[in-house]
Structure formats: structure tokens, C-alpha cells
Design a protein around this ligand. Structure first.
Ligand code: G3I
Length: 344
């Protein structure tokens, strides 16, 4: 019998994991119940999963996760009301079925923008109204910053059609439907990168100045053994805390491979690599614990290496970014953050 992450970190923050609907039964579910007290849907609450076509809401999988969390006394986060990915193409088509982003006539562009913001407002209010009592922590918009795009804003259909108005609309609609008790986050990856971090900071500050209800920043924290340095992750959180915002680690995992590395260890991960991973996890959690006043939760993007998005991205190969291996056994990385005295 091994310790539980949720108990080990109970004086610091909740510990969570992303879950798929098919992980609510069986060995995987047992591991989650034992280890974590917080969950988030890996895919089941994304825009295309919940509203695949206009006004057609599909609650089956989302409800399943809400019920699983409730039955097991776990909290749940919502991911995500708005994204440029995994969103129905219908959002961005005008009344004639043409792509709104291609419209050049200024009057029609204005009408398209209005229609898109109305669809967004309805999407957000419908979902938040349904789950506001069950879910307190919400990713309202995901991945809107892209330093390589014009203005540093991701050139998504959302941005091309509405500018930053979609962000404002989504946060205001979420607050209006959910009331003051739900917490609203802007979520992104690479928030340790100084250029990206500062662009995000400027966006959030300008939104707060306009009275847009943003409560915190979600730092995805998809990192690798190679980087970024832990200090850069913490510095970013400190910067947002200075704005009075909360920070959550929303999608933590640690690839064995550096971002541009295309090698594959297969089933034979060298022992020194797993040791390096454990060392970096330990350094990371020591820093999280030391900064618990500005971090309100740590969520892993999965629980075992048997199920991770990194097995198909950026290439198909075997990665091992989490704390439990493919046989569901605790890895060195687990012991490094739970009880380093047990390390070999
Ligand atoms: O459900 C279909 C299935 O019917 C089909 O047979 C199969 C064939 O490809 O695809 C299945 O859909 C996949 C879906 O995951 C559910 O498993 C998609 O192809 C696949 O692209 C999708 O990947 C998800 C990815 O977001 C999509 O962008 C990953 O599981 C999910 O972990 C990942 O999560 C994102 C966060 O939302 C945002 N931050 C980054 C993070 C990692 O990319």
C-alpha cells in the first residue's frame, strides 16, 4: 500500500488529474479515487463535445464525470468554455454557411461578429447554469496568446472575427450565469516564456481595468525534463499574483523528451532518465510548496503513462510524463515528491 498524493499535500493544495469518461470504472478509477481529490475532463467538456451543433447540447459524458466526482467526494474543474481547437465549425459560419472570417464587407463583418458573440454567450450561459453548483473552478478561455501572431494574440477565428471581444463576452457571461462564487480562469501553456507571459499579463490587466471578471491564471505546465527551469514557472505565477490573481497548475506533465527531440526509448527507458525526471519533479513540487500562498491547486494531465496525449504528440512514440507507469505502479517521480527517503 502506498501513500495518497491528496493526503501528502493536504496542507498545501488540492491534487488533481484529467480524466476521460471511460476512466470512471476499473483499475484506473480506483487509482484516481485513492490518489486525487480534484478532477478535470480531458476532452468531455470541450466546446465540440458539449455543443456539437447549434443549440444541440450533449451532456452525457460531462454528466458522467460530474456524477463520478460527486460520488467520490472529489472537486471538479471545467475545461474549457472557449478554445480554437475542438470547437464546432458551425460557430464561425454566417447565415449562408460561409466562413465569417473571410467576409470583407464591413457591415456584414459587424453582423457576423454580433452573431458569433451571441452564440458564444448562449454556449457559456447554458453550460455554466447547468454546472455552477457542481463546479467551482472554470477555464473560460484557453490558449488565446500566441507571440508569433499579429498583436501577440492567437489568430483564431474567434480573434479574426471579434478581436478580443470574445474573451470579454465569455468572462462576463460566465459571471452573469454563475454568480460570484465560481472562479474564472484564463488558461495557457508556456506561461513561463517571458514574451508570452508579458503579453498575457498585458491582456489580463487591460481586461481587469475594464471590469472583466477574471479571477486567475491557469498555467498548463506541459514541461519536459529539459525545461523550462522551475524558477521561470514560479516567476510567472508571482507576476500574476501581483495583479491580485490566483494561479493554478492546470495540466502538469513532464515529457522525457526535449521539445525538438524526436527520439523514442520505447519500453526501455534508461534508469538515469527516470531518475532525472524524479529529480525535476521534486524540485518543482518543493517550489510549489514554498509558494503555496499563490497557488491554489495542482492538476496533472492524466494519472498513468498508459494514457497520455504525449504518446501521439508531437510524434507517435512512448512517453512517460506522469507519476504512475503503464502498469499503474508508482514511479520514482511519485516517491520523489511524496517521500524521497523511499527512493532507490
Ligand atoms: O474521440 C475520437 C475517436 O472517436 C476517434 O476514433 C479518434 C481517432 O483519432 O480520435 C478521438 O478523438 C481524439 C480525442 O483526443 C479524444 O481521445 C482526437 O483525435 C485527439 O486529437 C484528441 O486529443 C486531445 C487534444 O487535447 C486535442 O487538442 C487530447 O486527448 C487532450 O489531452 C489534449 O488536451 C489539451 C488541452 O485540452 C489543452 N492544453 C493542451 C492539452 C494537450 O494537448
Amino acid at each position: 500500500d502506498i501513500p495518497s498524493l491528496k493526503d501528502v499535500f493536504k496542507d498545501y493544495f488540492p491534487i488533481g488529474a484529467a480524466i476521460e469518461p471511460n476512466e470512471t470504472t476499473g483499475l484506473h478509477a480506483d487509482l484516481l479515487k485513492k490518489q486525487v481529490n480534484w478532477l478535470v475532463a480531458e476532452n468531455a467538456m470541450k466546446p465540440d463535445a458539449i455543443e456539437p451543433s447549434e443549440g444541440n447540447f450533449n451532456w452525457t459524458n460531462a454528466d458522467k464525470l460530474v456524477a463520478f466526482a460527486k460520488e467520490n467526494g472529489m472537486q471538479l474543474r471545467f475545461h474549457t468554455l472557449v478554445w480554437h481547437n475542438q470547437v464546432g465549425a458551425w460557430f464561425f459560419k454566417d447565415a449562408d454557411g460561409n466562413p465569417m472570417a473571410d467576409e470583407t464587407d464591413p457591415k456584414k463583418r459587424e453582423a457576423n461578429k454580433k452573431l458569433l458573440l451571441k452564440r458564444l454567450d448562449n454556449h457559456v450561459r447554458t453550460i455554466v447554469s447547468r454546472y455552477k453548483n457542481d463546479i467551482k473552478s472554470w477555464d473560460v478561455v484557453n490558449e488565446v496568446i500566441e507571440p508569433g501572431d499579429p498583436d501577440g494574440m492567437r489568430a483564431s477565428d474567434w480573434y479574426k472575427i471579434t478581436g478580443t471581444d470574445f474573451i470579454e463576452t465569455a468572462f462576463r457571461a460566465a459571471r452573469a450565469a454563475g454568480g460570484p462564487d465560481i472562479k474564472l480562469y484564463i488558461n495557457d501553456y508556456g506561461t513561463d516564456d517571458v514574451t508570452k507571459r508579458d503579453r498575457l499579463y498585458d491582456l489580463v490587466k487591460s481586461m481587469l481595468d475594464k471590469g472583466v471578471p477574471i479571477d486567475g491564471v491557469g498555467h498548463q505546465t506541459h514541461i519536459s525534463i529539459a525545461g523550462p527551469p522551475v524558477s521561470a514557472i514560479i516567476d510567472s505565477m508571482k507576476k500574476f499574483a501581483e495583479l491580485g490573481l490566483d494561479n493554478i497548475v492546470t495540466e502538469l506533465d513532464m515529457s522525457l523528451y526535449a521539445w525538438n527531440d524526436r527520439s523514442d526509448y520505447g519500453d526501455d527507458i534508461p534508469a538515469n532518465i527516470l531518475k532525472n525526471q524524479a529529480d525535476k519533479y521534486r524540485e518543482l513540487f518543493d517550489a510549489f510548496k514554498a509558494n503555496k500562498d499563490i497557488i491554489s491547486g495542482v492538476m496533472f494531465w492524466g494519472i498513468t503513462d498508459a494514457h497520455t496525449w504525449l504518446d501521439t504528440f508531437p510524434v507517435t512514440r512512448k512517453d512517460a510524463p506522469l507519476l504512475f507507469d503503464r502498469q499503474l505502479h508508482a514511479k520514482q517521480a511519485f516517491w520523489a515528491i511524496v517521500d524521497p527517503s523511499k527512493l532507490p
